[in-house]
Design a protein around this ligand. Structure first.
Ligand SMILES: [Zn+2]
Length: 114
């Protein structure tokens, strides 16, 4: 990293954070092929949600902490970033600086009650 750019502040989220809370926050979605998309909308239907990316792809997700998407997001498993989504660098840097820990960090659920 260039020395004149300020590194993104590290943020800590719980490992067991709900998937929907997590994606509502980071607005990124790893497709099955390992491409990271930017999320445009999340429509929740109870414990499932329809996710629409900026490149107009839709995915259905279950609100599971152990789903493929949840695990890939936590482990930052992706092979590339979708060009059509135009995910800005600052968003990726923020995501890169995000750590998932078992014992401390935000569960992200309090933020939904505002
Ligand atoms: Zn995309």
């Amino acid at each position: 990293m260039a020395s004149d750019t300020k590194p993104a502040a590290k943020r800590f989220y719980r490992k067991r954070v709900e998937l929907f809370h997590l994606i509502a926050k980071i607005k990124l979605w790893p497709s099955r092929s390992g491409v990271l998309h930017g999320i445009r909308t999340i429509e929740r239907f109870g414990q499932t949600a329809r996710i629409t990316t900026h490149c107009n792809r839709t995915f259905t997700a279950n609100n599971s902490r152990n789903s493929r998407a949840a695990r890939w997001l936590r482990n930052k498993m992706f092979v590339g970033v979708c060009r059509d989504c135009g995910v800005p660098d600052w968003k990726l840097e923020k995501y890169n600086a995000t750590r998932f820990t078992r014992h401390h960090g935000s569960r992200l659920d309090s933020e939904e009650r505002h």
